[in-house]
Design a protein around this ligand. Structure first.
Ligand code: ZN
Length: 292
């Protein structure tokens, strides 16, 4: 297992972690500047942040600073109420693949979607099996395109509490079943993003990480689970402040040969987004060395 205690060469910042500074939106170029100042060599930006600054601007910043992208957030949201909606999702996902390629991301992270309409507050049906079938079909279709540009797709299983509105793939086992169905030869084109927040509780976590192996382990996201959690989406904890044994789980993925970045991904309306982003980044560096 790699020693993280001496430096932060394997730290990546998911830019949602500092999407606000002192409660105010922080533009992606400012986030990049603060990361570069601290010797942080990798980020994982969100599409909305890239779009706000302009893809050419961000692409140039990334190249000029020699930054790496541990991933690109995000594609997915495949299920739709009708064929037109499915087609729109496909086209948007193709665009996400193109953006990920332009930024030379390690993978495009997929949050696959749940019941159509649920995220907006009103699901158009209750058939989660249908959504899951549409997800598999959507990934299959996107995979064909992503392969032509060499962009790996990383399915991120989300905690079951998000099954209705964000992702109906809820365990690592389920994500790997889809991988095995669509990419049986383990070509490296399709794998998983293992996010502590979503999978830490799973009694099959270690065995499914072993099943995934190096070929399928495309991204490793860290934060912590607070007790109590006051908001199921936006109250993620800083590593070391909660109940997840992160070093143990990192040991499991590294035992399979994973050698990528530890990507800090914290959504925190009430705490970290209220602080100065420089303090947040300094804390990420410190905790990466002591709690990851
Ligand atoms: Zn994640």
């Amino acid at each position: 297992m790699r020693n993280f205690s001496e430096n932060h060469e394997w730290l990546s910042i998911n830019t949602a972690t500092v999407r606000k500074s002192l409660g105010v939106d922080l533009p992606l170029p400012k986030i990049i500047e603060a990361c570069v100042e601290r010797g942080i060599v990798a980020i994982s930006p969100w599409r909305d942040q890239v779009a706000a600054a302009g893809l050419p601007v961000i692409s140039k910043l990334v190249k000029n600073h020699g930054l790496k992208l541990s991933g690109y957030c995000r594609g997915g949201m495949f299920p739709a109420a009708d064929a037109a909606g499915m087609e729109a999702a496909y086209l948007d996902n193709r665009k996400a693949v193109d953006e990920a390629c332009e930024l030379n991301a390690a993978c495009l992270v997929l949050v696959v979607g749940g019941l159509p309409g649920a995220l907006a507050g009103r699901a158009v049906h209750k058939d989660i099996a249908l959504s899951r079938a549409q997800v598999t079909d959507g990934i299959a279709q996107l995979l064909e395109y992503a392969k032509t540009c060499g962009m790996p797709l990383a399915i991120e299983p989300l905690h079951p509490m998000y099954a209705a509105d964000r992702a109906c793939i809820n365990t690592l086992e389920h994500a790997l079943d889809v991988c095995d169905a669509l990419d049986p030869d383990q070509t490296g084109a399709l794998g998983v993003a293992v996010d502590m927040y979503h999978v830490w509780w799973d009694p099959k976590l270690q065995s499914q990480i072993q099943r995934a192996g190096q070929k399928r382990l495309l991204a490793f996201h860290v934060c912590d689970w607070l007790t109590p959690t006051t908001d199921l989406l936006n109250d993620r904890g800083m590593m070391g402040d909660g109940v997840i044994d992160i070093p143990k789980i990192r040991g499991w993925v590294e035992a399979e040969g994973f050698s990528g970045f530890s990507e800090v991904e914290i959504f925190s309306t009430g705490n970290w987004w209220q602080r100065d982003h420089k303090e947040v980044l300094d804390t990420c560096i410190a905790r990466h060395q002591t709690a990851v």
